[in-house]
Write a protein that binds this ligand. Structure first.
Ligand code: G1P
Ligand code: ZN
Length: 547
């Protein structure tokens, strides 16, 4: 172990803005890279953790700007905190799901994940850090609260002065009793995928003339897609786009949605579109699934994976239950009900699924924000979702649109969209939600868009595993006839406020199953804007984006 004298105490004033949101601590690079900022956050984490003596941690990130600097700081502070062993991805890279799997597999005491997910990178972009516990999942609210209060009262941090660690060479080295193990970021993850999927089936599907295109958006998944889809399964290398991770994501906004990954959408309008097209985000936990002239909504994706779980070997023992975040469409509930399994509704943020996964209550979960995952990890997993869909297509030997249409005929279609209002003034965003909150108690029974409001509330969650309560998780307005509007403020933005308005409309009529979601949901979008008085309070007469 390093001698106490090796670790230096650096006095510093506290930073009081280090509260982790739905996905860790996320800030502009210029904030997180200011002197002592990251160090003080790490000190707050180490003080709150009370790690066992000789602890092991996993470290890696999505390769965005500042990733390299931050990894070295983490190593020097881990040394000062008495950590014995750190497992790092080569080049400081690990996708978020791969890091989660690695923590679990190596029985580490936790890990630091460096990412701001799909937020832009580069010196003017965002950076982020989160701590995942030994379960592989994000720190629970009690721990993030403890870290936040520690960060507010700290008077300095401890760090070892030592030369930079070489993270390019795979292997284990020792420095003063501190072991740094550099691993191939893909190897262990690929092994896990081999256990969950029938690689021979997928290989044959591609060999028989089917095609997959994958948009890595210069995020961390490029090397994962290259190794698994190309080297192992035989996809064509030219069909993996933007496969090299770059600190600024090549100027792309690495978010797998139809707006930011429009090139993939364009590819899918061509006559020779691939059978399956997919994109992932900066840190590899999100996924978007497309096919010829077809975009699969994330809520439908998880519902259809459940309905086709017999195509995925990882689900060979069945699915105990499923969960979705509250704003996610209720398409999943319909399939769960038909199968007679529980469907849990949780607040937004993957961390709420973790207790359910850990306790064995669920094996599959997802969010409308292009996140899908299973009990193999405690994070959502983009490439896993892509392999699920390849498996369903290969096993059923049908096209994605054909599978979706058959699904809707049976369960009806949950037309779904999210309208985001980017509001410069954060207070105006708060005011919209506060106004709604005041009106919610009087809403049930009143008329709305020609129908009656059946239920309106501010979602309150009680965790069925540990009983913890999470209040004010979003306003939901349920309208008779299968319509629903949900309002909440984003917890991941770094400037102003983003008001998210989620629209859902259930349709059973067979002749209305293949309509344009924009057209179907336009009236509900207007109704949502009027009900919340968005234009008067924010000045915005239309959403900034419709996803
Ligand atoms: C967004 C998504 C949410 C997801 C989170 C982290 O959070 O909406 O589903 O868990 O990113 O990836 P939000 O900005 O809405 O708080
Ligand atoms: Zn992400």
């Amino acid at each position: 172990m390093p001698l106490a004298s090796d670790a230096r105490f650096v006095p510093c004033k506290a930073f009081t803005d280090q509260k982790m949101g739905t996905a860790g601590l996320r800030k502009k690079v210029r904030v997180l890279a200011q002197p002592h900022y990251l160090e003080m956050f790490l000190q707050a984490v180490f003080e709150s953790l009370r790690l066992p003596k000789g602890a092991t941690l996993v470290v890696g990130g999505d390769g965005r700007f500042h990733n390299d600097v931050a990894v070295q700081v983490i190593l020097r502070m881990a040394m000062a905190a008495g950590v014995r062993h750190v497992i790092a991805g080569r080049g400081g890279l690990l996708s978020t799901p791969a890091a989660s799997c690695l923590i679990r597999e190596r029985r580490a005491d936790g890990g630091f994940l460096l990412t701001a997910s799909h937020n832009p990178g580069g010196p003017d972009g965002d950076f982020g850090i989160k701590f995942n516990t030994a379960s592989g999942g994000q720190a629970p609210a009690q721990l993030t609260d403890a870290i936040y209060s520690a960060s507010c009262r700290l008077i300095g941090y401890r760090i070892c002065d030592t030369a930079p660690f070489d993270l390019q060479r795979i292997g284990t080295s020792d420095r003063d009793g501190f072991t740094i193990e550099v691993v191939d970021p893909v190897a262990a993850y690929e092994q896990t995928m081999q256990q969950l999927f029938d690689f021979d089936l997928l290989r044959n599907w591609l060999r028989n003339g089917h095609r997959i295109a994958f948009e890595a958006m210069h995020g961390v998944t490029g090397p994962y897609a290259q190794r698994i889809l190309v080297d192992s399964l035989g996809a064509s290398a030219g069909d993996i786009w933007h496969a090299d991770p770059r600190p600024d994501f090549g100027g792309l906004h690495p978010d797998p949605n139809p707006v930011d990954a429009h090139a993939l959408v364009d590819l899918c309008t061509a006559a020779d579109a691939p059978d399956l097209a997919a994109a992932s985000d900066g840190d590899g936990d999100r996924n978007m699934i497309l096919a010829h002239r077809f975009l699969l909504s994330p809520g439908d994706s998880i519902a259809m994976i459940l309905a086709n779980a017999d195509c995925v070997p990882g689900f060979r023992n069945g699915i105990s239950g499923v969960a979705r975040s509250m704003p996610t469409s209720r398409a999943l509930d319909a399939v769960a009900a038909a199968l007679g399994i529980s469907c849990y509704e949780t607040p937004t943020g993957w961390r709420y699924f973790c207790n359910l996964l850990e306790s064995g209550r669920i094996d599959l979960c997802g969010e409308e924000s292009f996140g899908t995952g299973s009990s193999h990890a405690r994070e959502k997993d983009g490439l896993w979702a892509v392999l699920c869909w390849m498996s369903v297509l290969a096993k059923r030997n049908e096209s994605l649109p054909a599978i979706a249409t058959a699904h809707w005929r049976r369960y009806g279609r949950h037309y779904y969209q999210r309208h985001d209002y980017e509001i410069d003034d954060a207070a105006a965003g708060e005011a919209v939600v506060a106004g709604l909150r005041d009106r919610v108690p009087a809403m049930p029974g009143t008329r709305c868009g020609g129908a009656q409001i059946a239920q309106a509330d501010d979602f309150h969650y009680r965790d069925p595993v540990d009983g913890s309560e999470s209040a004010r998780q979003g306003i939901r307005v349920i309208i008779d006839g299968g319509r629903r509007i949900v309002y909440r403020l984003s917890g991941t933005g770094t400037t102003g406020a983003t008001l998210r308005v989620y629209l859902e409309q259930h349709e059973m009529r067979p002749e209305r199953l293949n309509d344009d979601p924009d057209r179907v949901l336009a009236p509900l979008g207007t109704l949502a804007r009027e009900t919340a008085d968005i234009e008067r309070v924010t000045g915005l007469g239309a959403p900034s984006t419709r996803i």
